[in-house]
Design a protein around this ligand. Sequence first.
Ligand SMILES: [Zn+2]
Length: 476
Amino acid sequence: MSYFSATLLGVTPILVEIEIDISSGLPFFQIVGLPDAILRESKTRVKSAILQGGFDFPYEQRVVLNLAPSKVKKEGSGFELGLAARILSSSGQIPAPDFNVLFLGELALDGGIRSIPEVEALAFAGHTQFSRGIKIDLIVVNKEDIQKISHLGIPILGVSHLSDFQGKRWWELETPPVVTQNDIVERKSSFEDLKFSEFWARHLMIAALGGHHYFLCGPPGTGKTFFAESLRLLLGSLNSKPEIERRLLNSVFQRPSCEYPWAAPHHSASLCGILGGGNPPRAGAITRAHGGVLFLDELLEFSPSGLDSLREPIEKGFIEIFRAGSHVTFPSRFQLIAATNPCRCGHWKDLYKQCRCMPTVRQAYQARMSGPFFDRFDIKVFCKRTETNEKRVSGTEIISKMKALREEKTEPVWTKSASDGLEEKGNRQHFNFRTYEKVRRVATTIARIDGYRSIQLKNITEASAYQVFKGLESRI
Ligand SMILES: [Zn+2]
């Protein structure tokens, strides 16, 4: 058998094999394989817990524990249970089963086994998707942690004290291994109770169906933030059964397992907080948004260089962070939703209020976003106030339409006349390659929503209109 524990490299769980060498020689106890500071403290806890658990520590011998692979930096105290178990079996004090075991638990000085907050994320290391061909047959954790990892479908043994390992076949004794598949409880979202103008209802559907990057500009009170919050609720209620990757990220960030990924960093957030960084490297907002939405409210208040540095992860879908001795890749595929006032006072082009900004100040404010960054948006809309007598669409209607659309397997086709129509429009409006692609994708989404089997010219016209944006002076 082999003994394993786990660590996180960025947001990727990695199995760590615990190897041991006990030999005669000068008494010596060492843990090697890039342990961090907490892990070095583990030595004391492991020794003490072994004694308090009613076992002997091989004081008279040379004990070297190696954590492999050695090039991966290990963090946290979840290794301790595995280290103790490895010493006990190698010194012949507990029997070893003939299969692979993943141990995740911290030790107390009195031999107690503590639960660890990141247990779910670490336990994913034993999942076939991350275990690199190694089959984990049993996970040993604190009893309180069983429920958090039971959905993985790997047998679990819950323990609470090292003395639980006393006995002939500890893996069969005390608590029998548990295998349960707890299904996610569907939440009823409050989206169903909301009402939207036809304008916002349409954009919610386009955004939710196509996953396009949205730029929303308009005076305060036109519903930009409400749109973003509603989109979050809508996407959340359409995605009740998350994939394994989402569950892993939710467990890394300690969010509820069914939560739709969403990150909304404040404009004063540091670049490190947004992109990720530090030593050891930590994930930033763009990784918390992976598989979901990154919402940047008050976009023009963000630092111009910060916005520009988002271009690369938007394009690639991941970000690489290099720090002394470590190189970590964080995933960052998200839908970007950005909202902004058109000027500092907020009322430029407002039908109800005069803008009080000096034209030069206003232009400087609008120029805080570079052209290449602005080009990343698939849809740019200038938001107007909803009139009180406008027709409203209920959240229930939107949800039922979205569910039907998502079940529709066939995509509307691009006929020759549709392609010619796009070409002609592109020539007239001087589309670049990127714009063509965007109009093509957005027009397809619109045709799906409007129930066409082939793309119509009016779908192309609407999609192109979202490219031409007259809401900012500097971009006209
Ligand atoms: Zn103004």
